[in-house]
Design a protein around this ligand. Structure first.
Ligand code: GLN
Length: 192
């Protein structure tokens, strides 16, 4: 059985849990979805979601619990949203623990004061998607190994690199599980 874990350290974990269960059901795949908070639980997962929240808090807890090491050493596919995207980066504009799994530089809380939180249509995978941005980061620079999946106002807001996918916005809050479904398929491909 394929297992996807929603990292349950801090942030909007339940929303991802529900979205992932719906996505698995909609595409008819046999995927177990759990909330996970120890390195042991994470090590049994075929894919991990890191939610939005506070990336410094989540990053520190990932180091303290040994979860960071397990994700990196076991090469576990990761989907990161908002704070989760920050954590996937090689570099940010803060001093903070990072997984460094996507060759990109991220600017935190990057959309400025007037636009601290906002919703607008974006395009991803060739279709319209509701972009919910909450104190969102954007990506300032990507390396050659990174595919840009979406831009908003010329800013890069979604990317993929190998078995990692990152969005600056919150797909788990939209009811549209396109991106969760995409991640399930990636995890199944990696598990084959
Ligand atoms: N600004 C937060 C951070 O960088 C992310 C906000 C969010 O996840 N909604 O940690």
């Amino acid at each position: 059985m394929t297992t996807i874990g929603i990292l349950n350290l801090q942030g909007d974990v339940s929303e991802h849990f529900e979205a992932m269960k719906k996505a698995a059901c909609d595409i008819g795949k046999n995927v177990d979805v759990f909330k996970v908070k120890t390195s042991d639980e994470v090590s049994k997962c075929d894919g991990i979601i890191i939610s939005g929240g506070e990336s410094t808090v989540i990053g520190n807890l990932m180091e303290e619990t040994g979860i960071k090491k397990v994700i990196v050493d076991q090469n576990i596919p990761v989907m990161g949203t908002c704070a989760g995207m920050v954590l996937l980066a090689k570099k940010t504009d803060y001093e903070q623990p990072l997984l460094g799994l996507i060759d990109m530089e991220v600017k935190r809380n990057a959309f400025g004061r007037q636009k601290v939180s906002f919703e607008d249509d974006i395009e991803i995978f060739g279709k319209k998607f509701k972009g919910i941005f909450i104190r969102a980061p954007y990506i300032e620079k990507v390396g050659k190994s990174v595919d840009i999946l979406s831009k908003y106002n010329e800013r890069i807001v979604a990317v993929k690199s190998g078995k990692y996918i990152a969005t600056a916005f919150h797909p788990e809050l939209t009811g549209d599980t396109t991106i969760h479904e995409y991640f399930i398929k990636e995890v199944l491909n990696c598990a084959e």
